[in-house]
Write a protein that binds this ligand. Structure first.
Ligand code: G3H
Ligand code: ZN
Length: 339
């Protein structure tokens, strides 16, 4: 954890710049103050208090610009700082993701508070997503805690059951009193962010097993979801020591045209830069990365402990992990944002 007061801590580096930005924003943003007042009057949880853009605006802007917002998973504070610092250094929006397992570890309300505190202190477009959520109850818990978006993962269910659960979640999100985006999954792409020796069981990469554009259109119309995660040759995790198989870009394009909504590419670890470039040009507006971050963090901390076996201060032996995450994320963000 980052308990030190060193000059290069995330806080101190950006502190003066942030204060300036906050002062300028406060001076110029009467409408923002007015909406804060309205929110307070309505006694609702106003997660977007000082934000210039909501996640919905950010994602649709990405669609117009044909770029993608980076989505990165965390299960600790070091990764959160590494991701934020990478995004801040490039001045691009970023989404923090926590799966059911990751948020059980960090704490649902606690992760919401952490991201909110960075968003407010730095007045920064950093958003929080409840990644791969398998039940209505868990979706409700994340929405109630203040998340900006949720992913209803009914990929293993039948089409009808997936529609039913997704619809229930969309209805809850629409009536929660603030803007919460709902993403759904159509097509199975595996479930674990880890280094793989083979393509995960149940994942099929042949054309007939990928998400069907007509079914995707029907699904979006029946559920009213904001974003869709299709199976287009992608899968969770990455193959050991190599690049994952090519994505089916034609299918990305067809699903994007059929649905008209932003598409989300899951399982981004291991995919080639060329695949990202083409997928983003053809309708992908959010890309998820997890395994590559986990790997970078693990390897950097392992090396730090091997080099300094007597070090007992977590903020010292964990710092290389944070910096390794920052580096991986910055490289991805440059690419996703066409920088
Ligand atoms: O939702 C999380 C992602 O889809 C991460 O996939 O571990 O293959 O990068 P990845
Ligand atoms: Zn995923």
């Amino acid at each position: 954890m980052l308990g030190n007061q060193e000059n290069n801590s995330p806080h101190s580096r950006a502190f003066s710049q942030t204060r300036f930005a906050q002062t300028t924003l406060q001076a110029n943003s009467r409408s923002s103050l007015f909406s804060n007042f309205l929110c307070n009057v309505q006694n609702k949880l106003c997660y977007n208090r000082t934000m210039a853009k909501t996640l919905k605006q950010t994602v649709w802007e990405a669609k117009e610009k044909k770029v993608a917002v980076g989505h990165f998973n965390i299960s600790n504070l070091e990764a959160l700082w590494g991701i934020f610092r990478a995004a801040q250094s490039l001045n691009v929006p970023v989404i923090i993701g926590v799966s059911e397992g990751e948020r059980d570890f960090v704490g649902v309300k606690q992760v919401a508070s952490l991201v909110k505190s960075i968003r407010e202190e730095f007045d920064y477009p950093i958003y929080l997503n409840a990644d791969h959520t398998y039940s209505f109850d868990k979706v409700k818990e994340a929405i109630d805690a203040g998340f900006d978006s949720v992913i209803v993962d009914g990929a293993k269910l039948s089409f009808e059951e997936n529609v039913k659960m997704t619809k229930q979640c969309v209805e809850y999100a629409r009536n929660c009193g603030r803007e919460v985006l709902v993403e759904a999954e159509l097509g199975y792409i595996g479930q674990s962010s880890k280094v793989l020796d083979e393509i995960p069981e149940g994942v099929m990469l042949d054309e007939s097993s990928l998400t069907d554009p007509a079914k995707a259109k029907e699904f979006v119309e029946l559920t009213g979801v904001d974003m869709l995660a299709p199976a287009v040759g992608n899968f969770h995790g990455m193959l050991r020591g190599g690049v994952d198989p090519k994505l089916n870009i034609e299918r990305v394009k067809a699903i994007s045209e059929a649905t008209g909504i932003p598409l989300v590419l899951h399982g981004g670890s291991g995919n080639s830069e060329d695949d990202f470039k083409q997928a983003i040009a053809n309708g992908i507006n959010i890309v998820h990365i997890n395994t590559e971050i986990r790997l970078a963090f693990r390897d950097a901390v392992k090396k730090a402990l091997q080099e300094n076996p007597d070090e007992v201060a977590p903020y010292k032996f964990l710092k290389p992990g944070m910096l390794a995450v920052q580096e991986v994320v910055a490289n991805k963000l440059r690419f996703f944002n066409n920088l």
